[in-house]
Design a protein around this ligand. Sequence first.
Ligand code: GLY
Length: 364
Amino acid sequence: MTTAHFATDHPYEVIIERGALARLPEQLGDAARVAIFHPRVLTKTAARAADLVRAAGAQPVLVELPEGESAKTPEVLAACWGTLARAGFTRTDLVVGLGGGASTDLAGFVAATWLRGVRWVSVPTTVLAMVDAGIGGKTGADLPEGKNLIGAFWEPSVVLEDPDLLVGLPMAEVRSGLAEVIKHGFIRDSATLDLIEENPADAADTGGTRLHELIARSVQVKAAVVSADLRESTSVGDRVGREQLNYGHTLGHAIEASEHFTRRHGECVALGMVFAAELSERLLGLDPAVVGRHRRLLAAVGLATSYHGAPWQELRELMARDKKTRGTTLRFVGLRRPGQVAMIVDPPEDALADAFAALRGTHS
Ligand code: GLY
């Protein structure tokens, strides 16, 4: 078993252990009812969780969610609240979010808003959710006008990560999660990068211990960053708070939006990281060899490292509208060297366009 401690307002542990789902009954406390939110693809796992809850003397309430991001709508939220109301869900009852980042985001937000907040347990089942989306206390839903426009910081009581639940995950999903693992490696843990370079195939093998080790390292990075700045409120001077977890995300989000969220998040972040590294070479003096290392590592796990989609002007406008933008000032997380991040605020337009040309592979 590996654990990571999140030292936030309401501290919690992430437990990474084969069979960790069996720990669910330890979290019941006074709960008489446990609502288990899950997508259809996890029906069997949800039934197993329900059996554990029942055996421990509580009543499970299974709630099937639409797949992926389509779960995060106001309509689904309202339906979830209705289900809790009809089940007579009280303040001491427990919510469980089982699935990828969309399921844990939505379940966490239902927990944050039900009776002004009830306890919840996050059980992420994708690499991406295990290292990022399902563990940091950010919960929420989307509006037609934009992703994650409603939400709350609401920490889970515990995060249970069972690597056995990863087996059978589509390879494209594994790769998407590895983009976030590589991100954590560049911002704070070079050993992660070495481990992936040593054997990229092992890194992507859901049945192997190397991937589990990488997940555990990644969770430690996120725990350290979030413990220092849960609410993403402190990037002051040279000190970059939670915002550093957005390395590669400014352009990544714009690519996602321009492709109407049809491309996986991690694939967009991978492209965004190459761009951020190129920009860092131009504005922060990042060694070009490290930029090359970004491309090699991402390609080694099967992620694209050059982009041939929307034109620069379209992405530039989408970035200006991103909710992370302050006013109209563009902000990028950059790297001075692996393990040392710095903010790039309001960069010159020619540096942006030049870094984008390098991402396109059209740079002379
Ligand atoms: N995924 C970025 C964050 O948790 O802040």
